[in-house]
Design a protein around this ligand. Structure first.
Ligand SMILES: [Zn+2]
Length: 478
């Protein structure tokens, strides 16, 4: 195949996330075949390339990494029966609808969810699909992600423990375990690209402790560990309901239970990881387990607030996820960055850490140690480098020679950032979340001047919404 090149010229500011965390002014990026070859002043770079884009007046950041999503849920956003309940009731309102999704509706949901993500600066998506009924398959999902052009980690997730056996999902929504394992192996062989710059990777991801059996968890871990770069993922420590479930069923706390089925390791990351104690945090750190923080979903379902500053201090890998579109109800990574930043500050609390009285002199400020404040640059690091390490990649998350040409730009000179440009990098976090002007994945422009370049988005949205109405009105809500 012939070499393809990209020249992205004249960025006003470029955030590298390299080892020195350099922030450069007035620079350009030159990439060949999806990899960055040069970053520097325009005059030092090649004059021509197959594709040339102009980044004048824009800030460039490494592409955001979404570590937890269920793309099929774009079809079931905002369902009235599930607007005001927490996780277990919310799941029960959705299971049968999801199981009724057609392959074509799934395809449309992947296009819509990934489009929304790309427009919000996301370049790598992990989709935790786990409902494979009604003819659905990883093949449909991967093909749609390829059509859109996003870097994609796809799970062959699963549910095997129906209600009649003590699980949460209805029996009609779960699969047989031998079939799950067989299909998982098939899709690893068919799609997993462990090499540098791989656009598609497979993750083995049983849904949760209350929807699969311990033996499926063990077998899934054994299977994933036979292949290089195949990750392991599940929901964990999301709610107290889940904690009660593992305590009642197995006599173990969730983390203890996962340890007993061989699920602590550096290829493992957990979605949410909210309800953990200090000892479990150090266990994650010593085993190399990562956490995907999903603040909007956790607020929406009133699940709790993950202790991400504690994780970061302890050396636990932390990334951000938008979570399924039905509990967010969006797929906007810049919104997630903004929300995670604010929520980490709220989690820190307003009370002074010490002192005899809770009633303070009003002229005193509340003393908090600097390390307890979440900073704008820290949360950007979580959303880029952090996410990359959580999903097991060292070729994305920063803009450096030899890394993937995955980045996005935002216009700085707009009303949204007016008055905030003394620190344009922090403005992207403090100010209202903005859409990408350009999003580049693997050296290819997929958002071009604010518009999706790879699919006819208005048409896809129209078809998606017809599929959504048909699915929700035809599905069972209960
Ligand atoms: Zn989830």
């Amino acid at each position: 195949m012939e070499m393809t090149s990209l020249l992205a010229r004249n960025a006003e500011v470029l955030v590298t996330m390299d080892s020195e965390r350099r922030e450069l002014r007035n620079v350009s990026i030159y990439a060949e075949d999806g990899l960055i070859k040069q970053i520097g002043p325009s005059e030092e770079l090649p004059m021509h390339a197959d594709t040339v884009i102009d980044l004048k007046g824009q800030i460039v950041l490494p592409g955001l990494v979404n570590c937890h999503h269920h793309l099929n849920q774009t079809l079931t956003r905002n369902i009235p029966a599930a607007q005001n309940n927490n996780l277990f009731a919310w799941l029960k309102a959705h299971y049968k609808i999801w199981a009724g999704t057609t392959p074509e509706a799934s395809r449309l949901s992947v296009l819509v969810g990934c489009a929304e993500l790309a427009l919000s600066g996301c370049t790598t998506v992990f989709d935790h699909s786990y409902v494979f009924k009604n003819g659905n398959s990883v093949d449909v999902i991967v093909e749609a992600a390829r059509e859109l052009g996003i870097r994609f980690h796809c799970s062959r997730g699963s549910m095997s423990l129906g209600e009649s056996k003590g699980g949460l999902p209805p029996d009609s929504c779960v699969e047989e375990e031998p079939a799950i394992l067989e299909d998982t192996q098939r899709v690893i062989k068919a799609y997993h690209q462990s090499e540098l710059g791989g656009m598609t990777r497979i993750v083995v991801a049983p849904c949760s402790p209350f929807s699969v059996t311990p033996s499926l968890l063990r077998d899934s871990a054994d299977l994933a560990r036979q292949y290089e770069g195949v990750g392991l993922h599940t929901h964990l420590c999301e709610t107290f309901d889940e904690e009660r479930y593992t305590l009642n069923t197995y006599g173990q706390r969730p983390v203890e239970f996962m340890e007993s089925v061989g699920w602590l390791g550096d290829e493992v990351w957990f979605a949410h990881a909210i309800h953990v104690d200090d000892q479990e945090i150090s266990q994650f750190a010593s085993c190399g387990c990562g956490a995907s923080h999903c603040p909007s979903s956790n607020m929406r379902l009133a699940s709790g607030i993950a202790p991400i500053k504690k994780y970061m201090e302890a050396g636990v890998k932390v990334g951000l996820g938008v979570d399924g579109s039905a509990s967010n109800d969006s797929s906007n990574m810049m919104l997630e960055v903004h929300t995670a930043f604010l929520l980490a500050r709220l989690k820190m609390g307003l009370q002074p850490p010490e002192g005899p009285s809770r009633y303070m002199n009003l002229s005193q400020s509340h003393p908090k140690r600097a390390k307890e404040w979440m900073t704008a640059r820290e949360i950007l690091e979580v959303a880029t480098l952090g996410g990359a390490s959580v999903i097991g990649r060292n070729d994305i998350g920063s803009l450096e020679v030899g890394k993937c040409a995955d980045f996005f730009s935002i216009n700085l000179h707009t009303v949204d950032y007016a008055g905030a440009l003394h620190d344009p990098v922090a403005a992207t976090v403090f100010c209202a979340p903005q859409k990408a002007h350009y999003t580049v994945v693997n050296g290819r422009v997929i958002v071009d001047q604010g518009r999706l370049a790879t699919v006819d988005l208005p048409l896809v949205v129209e078809q998606h919404n017809l599929a959504s109405i048909k699915l929700v009105e035809g599905g069972e809500v209960n």
